[in-house]
Design a protein around this ligand. Structure first.
Ligand code: FAD
Length: 559
């Protein structure tokens, strides 16, 4: 049996190695158009920033070492230019321009994705880069080093854009981020991204949110970026990171079915519409386990998982169904980490799926043990059953383990009630006896049962003070340091004594620092007969983070 794999990095190399483990005597060929296989594309930004000092560390295997270990015929700089499904053959172009025909019994496509490069005026200017592979990495690194770049603009604030912003900041450059949306990191909700906005501003990164690039102009040795708003900024280098598209050219031209989101269509065995041709990785679309709708998911874990599943199906017949991915991802953004899994509130709203959400702030570990750091968790869930839809987490420490626990529950159809039952390893340096994940579950269950009706920071912004009262139940010192305009301050510990000061004909919106004292105050008021009382979700901390960023954006808009 002859297996041919197109693309020799995440999905392709994993599948080839697994095919070999499943069939010692098969003929396996990897055709890779680049010079490298099985390298760490996720590490590329860190090499550019110098965090990974040794370039060789990026290469998990060389073509020769991989070929030797797995007895695979690895052909780098061999680009597949067409597939003939009738004759089960490929046309392959070598680096020197020569073209040859290769045959397969079973074929795997793992060609990845390509960066989106919009047809903007000036896009071809020297100094504008995208980052996808080792060649791009070398180009960017050489440019930065040879010109001693001191000024960088990253356009697009997804995972890779933010990693590049941080790493170029490491090199000593001043960094600006331009993003069309009103927030960075589009996979999370604004209330989570706003913590990152503040952190980036503290690090001296300039944020240009709600700005769309119209064109690039040459400006001496520099590039001038012209926004649709009329604003302009000048930079030495632009990292364009506005997204990727599945690489489907070969598949399309071979007549394989392309799905509704533009990825290669595959069935549950990762087989394409053409028998004996399979596909994995960034190039495919697959139904989302929560929505049942196909989606594109550009992450390394699914590519690797699919590589293993598909190898078994190719060797043993279609025996293993792929379960799908919910999009669990994490990024380091300077000293913070941000992670998400499943569906955000934004996404649920867009898909018109009813949901509720909760925001909780906890410590990364016990507060009395040194160096506990803040951690914010947002959950989205079904408003009736409590089935978990998504989790988002931002903080400095322990973000990964919290999101991983939530992801596991979501993939197993878990609910917010399951979060309370998560049994976590606890000692003061690692967590609290009540872990942030359990606290998130408790708060979500209070929201769903109406034990704690909540109001969001956006609703507070729009509240009508003639019919509603805003009550700050923090201490006078906290109130003095910063409060929501128009709020009355009665600390929770004085509330029972001062309850007569509250009107009984108004809705009362409570808030404290993070939501806990607000909840206690809500219980007191409800017990004393107040009917319409709500607690600010995530407390002043969530509100302040969101508002500070909005004010900053307004400042930039008017500057
Ligand atoms: P790839 O790994 O991209 O491999 C595709 C290969 O196919 C390429 O080498 C390409 O040259 C080759 N190819 C394409 N067409 C042909 C052809 N016609 N003939 C021959 N060869 C061809 N994911 C995470 O989960 N976490 C991260 O931290 C993370 N960081 C990332 C950072 C960067 C800078 C990048 C670029 C990606 C990152 N990713 C991350 C995404 C992750 O790397 C991809 O999801 C994963 O590599 C997809 O695997 P794949 O096999 O589909 O494609």
């Amino acid at each position: 049996m002859k297996y041919v794999v197109i693309g020799g990095v995440a999905g392709g190399a994993t599948a080839a190695a697994r095919i070999r483990r499943a069939d010692e005597f098969a003929e396996i060929v990897i055709l890779e158009k680049g010079k490298y296989i099985s390298y760490a594309n996720c590490g590329l930004p860190y090499y550019i920033g110098g965090v990974i000092a040794n370039r060789d560390a990026l290469f998990l295997q060389t073509p020769a070492s991989f070929g030797r270990r797995f007895n695979v015929d690895v052909r780098i700089e061999n680009e597949v230019i067409s597939i003939d499904t009738n004759s089960k053959s490929l046309r392959v172009s070598r680096f020197d321009g020569s073209v040859y025909t290769e045959h397969y019994d079973k074929l795997l496509l793992s060609p990845g994705a390509t960066p989106v490069i919009p047809p903007l005026e000036g896009i071809e200017l020297d100094g504008i880069f995208t980052l996808r592979n080792v060649e791009d990495t070398d180009r960017i690194k050489n440019y930065v080093n040879s010109r001693r770049v001191k000024n960088v603009v990253v356009v697009g604030a997804g995972f890779i854009g933010l990693e590049m912003a941080e790493n170029l900041h490491h090199t000593g450059a001043t960094v600006s981020i331009v993003e069309m949306a009103d927030q960075i990191m589009p996979v999370v909700d604004f209330s989570i991204a706003s913590h990152l906005h503040l952190h980036l501003l503290q690090k001296g990164v300039q944020l240009y949110l709600k700005e769309t690039v119209e064109r690039f102009e040459k400006c001496g040795d520099n590039i001038e970026i012209c926004f649709k708003s009329g604003k302009r900024i000048v930079t030495e280098i632009v990292i364009l990171s506005i997204g990727v598209r599945p690489e489907t050219k070969l598949a399309k031209e071979a007549g394989l079915k392309i799905g509704e989101t533009g990825g290669i269509w595959v069935d549950e065995y990762l087989e394409t519409s053409e028998k004996n041709i399979y596909a994995v990785g960034d190039a495919i679309e697959f139904p989302h386990p929560l929505t049942g709708k196909p989606w594109l998911n550009y992450l390394a874990n699914p590519a690797n998982r699919q590589g293993r599943v598909v190898a078994d199906n190719m060797v043993f017949g279609n025996t293993t169904q792929y379960e799908g991915a919910i999009g669990t991802a994490i990024a380091k953004v300077f000293d913070m980490s941000v992670a998400s899994t499943g569906l955000s509130a934004k996404k649920l709203k867009q898909m018109e799926i009813p949901y509720k959400s909760s925001i909780t702030h906890s410590g990364s570990h016990a507060g009395y043990y040194p160096h506990a750091l803040p951690l914010t968790l947002k959950l989205t869930y079904d408003p009736i059953s409590g089935k978990l839809y998504g989790g988002q987490c931002v903080g400095y420490d322990g973000v990964d383990k919290r999101i991983d626990q939530i992801a596991l529950l979501i993939k197993n159809n878990g609910t917010i009630y399951d979060l309370m039952q998560v049994e976590h390893a606890y000692a003061p340096p690692f967590s609290s006896a009540k872990d942030p994940v359990a606290i998130a579950g408790y708060v979500a269950s209070n929201i769903i049962s109406e034990a704690m009706p909540v109001v969001t920071w956006r609703q507070i912004l729009m509240m009508d003070h003639s019919t509603s009262l805003l009550l700050d139940v923090r201490t006078p010192d906290e109130y003095k340091y910063g409060a929501i305009e128009g709020a009355l301050n009665i600390p929770v510990d004085s509330l029972r004594d001062r309850i007569d000061e509250l009107p009984d004909n108004k809705e009362i919106y409570l808030y404290c620092a993070i939501g806990l004292r607000g909840y206690l105050a809500l219980k007191i008021l409800v017990s004393h007969g107040f009917k319409n009382v709500k607690n600010l979700s995530g407390g002043y901390k969530t509100y302040a983070a969101a508002i500070t960023q909005r004010n900053h954006t307004t400042m930039l808009e008017s500057s």
